[in-house]
Design a protein around this ligand. Structure first.
Ligand code: ZN
Length: 296
């Protein structure tokens, strides 16, 4: 009898929903205008729509980061098949392309803003650098422009949530704690000035690693944030530290099959590959500890 029951039990165990939330990290959602460096951070609107359709069809429950943190902090079981949708940087295309698709599927998302750029009409500096653009590109390359505060407020009224992605998007892995505190403080003050709700989480630009993450956890908490993503890869589990939660980046080149496997948990193991790569990079090759953008 046990010969029959044991494999059956193991199968049931495999089918049992795992107590995890997968937090997906997006950047741009835009009609692709070039395929050069950095284009992997753009998911086309068609692809994004198909991905949101899969989430809906799959019966996933989409939470905001604020809601996920409430579960994490009170120790309650996460809902079955839970997902958070997050967007880094604050591109105008999040309003133009992502918002209508999210609304079409009745989904909520959390947007992490580089507050120093919002409403500035300046193309993000790292985009200018990576694309070799001149300073005066605001009109010709509007697909890379930041959101303005009117758009942010409208998105908030339509049910979207916001958090901080620092004030100027500099790497926080190796700079002075005073400068980091300034970045964190200035950003949360901007959010509090413009938006209605006070519980803001933080997503670290570029991500930080090991000792830097330990220091940053305290600084983020001390600056009044409710939680943080510092660059870890993987699924959010109940034992996670609220100020160092993991995410899974969605790339422009992810096929729908890859996306489906990512939200189903098959790509969580990449965390180990990623840790190994960083160990190799920092310990053996002696490179600095700054993470590559996209893992956080
Ligand atoms: Zn960023």
């Amino acid at each position: 009898m046990s010969l029959i029951i044991s494999p059956f039990g193991r199968l049931l165990n495999l089918l049992k929903p795992r107590n995890e939330i997968r937090v997906l990290a997006y950047h741009r959602v835009n009609v692709e205008k070039d395929s050069g460096k950095g284009s992997e951070w753009n998911v086309t609107p068609e692809r994004f729509k198909a991905q949101m359709g899969l989430i809906k069809q799959g019966g996933y429950e989409v939470l905001t980061v604020r809601e996920a943190l409430e579960y994490l902090n009170c120790g309650a079981d996460f809902p079955e098949r839970a997902i958070c949708l997050t967007f880094d940087d604050g591109y105008r295309d999040n309003y133009t392309f992502a918002l209508p698709i999210l609304e079409r599927f009745n989904l909520k998302a959390t947007f992490y803003l580089v507050t120093g750029y919002i409403g500035s009409d300046r193309v993000f500096e790292w985009i200018r650098d990576s694309k070799g653009m001149s300073d005066d590109v605001s009109v010709s390359r509007s697909e890379f422009m930041p959101l303005n505060w009117d758009q942010v407020l409208e998105m908030e009224r339509r049910g979207m949530e916001f958090g901080s992605h620092s004030h100027s998007h500099r790497s926080l892995s190796e700079i002075d704690p005073g400068i980091i505190a300034g970045e964190l403080g200035e950003s949360i003050r901007e959010l509090e000035k413009h938006l209605s709700d006070g519980a803001y989480s933080f997503a670290c630009p570029f991500g930080v690693w090991r000792e830097a993450a330990e220091k940053l956890k305290e600084l983020v908490q001390g600056s009044g944030y409710s939680g943080a993503f510092l660059g870890k890869w993987g699924a959010l589990k109940k034992k996670a530290h609220p100020y160092d939660m993991p995410r899974l980046t969605i790339y422009g080149w992810d096929s729908l099959g890859v996306f489906q496997r990512k939200i189903g948990g098959s790509y969580d193991w990449l965390h180990f590959l990623y840790s190994g790569w960083h160990f190799l990079r920092t310990s053996i090759l002696g490179k600095n500890r700054k993470q590559e953008k996209g893992f956080g």
